[in-house]
Unconditional design. Sequence first.
Lengths: 84, 248
Amino acid sequence: MPLVHFLLVYDRKLQKLVFERPYTDPAEALHAYEEMEETHRDERNMEIVLVGADSIETVMLTHGNYWQTEPGAEPDASPYLTGV
Amino acid sequence: MAETTSKFAPLPGYSRSAIDRAGDELKRYWLADDEKASVATLRAFEAMIAFRESFQLPLKKTVMGLRSMVCSEVPELKRVGDRVPVAQRLKRREQIINKLVRLDRMRLWTMGDVGGCRAVLPGRQQVDGVLRRIRRNWDVHGRVRDRRDEPAESGYRAVHVIVIRDGRMIEIQLRDPQEHEWALAVERTGARLGIGLKEGEGPDDLTEYFRLASLGMYMERMSEEPNPTFVQAFDAARARAVPYFRRS
């Protein structure tokens, strides 16, 4: 599977992803990443990240913190992390 | 250091010292907090972005190789179409500056994780296998940080390796599912509360809880029965941390 780049914007105040877009062209993804960072340069509550993987499902596994944001959101959590 | 620094490829348009000076300017700008960006700051941002861009291709090559190693160690992933739990990212510029601020001696040119990738493997055996392949096939820079048995103070456990690819340092993180679950829980909680929990910042009640949770999960993984003293300490830490986990 080829790599897909996902540009994600996470709003720390709202505690949720407010933007999510896939790019198949790495140069276009990088350009969009830099533009998005520049747009939000002075907004420190916005977290902008570009993650590359074979699918959004993989990104949701490797960088799942952008999706599972509420305490106790993981139903199969370790007993040591229940409710976290 | 001269021998290792010579492994780094030059960056067209910028000297190594220009990149480090850009890092200094960005650190100054960040600490000033509410200051509007000056021309010098904007130029420093440009230099940092150009430097970061130069990691994109080496990072992609590393990730493709890492995916291949993961598939070799986890044969069930070899079936065409299966997803491989490997992802890459170019470090966020906010994180780059934060790291320069947090670690006083850190220089931008030698920051080891501007380009980084992560693999989540089924268990310790597969992590060991991928690590062996990395050591055998790639140019490992510095020492491998194996924090599986001796975690960071925060409780963070994983293997981190830096390799040199096309003259750039690329960081590889190898985690098993439990280590990954713990790390995501810390990231999630830190982001929600607006504290640098994964950098070891935050209230003692919370950091102690995560440290003990990491130890508990480790013992479980190693099939070790937690002793009553640990259970008591963990329960007390969890009770103190509960207020931080109320839903918004």
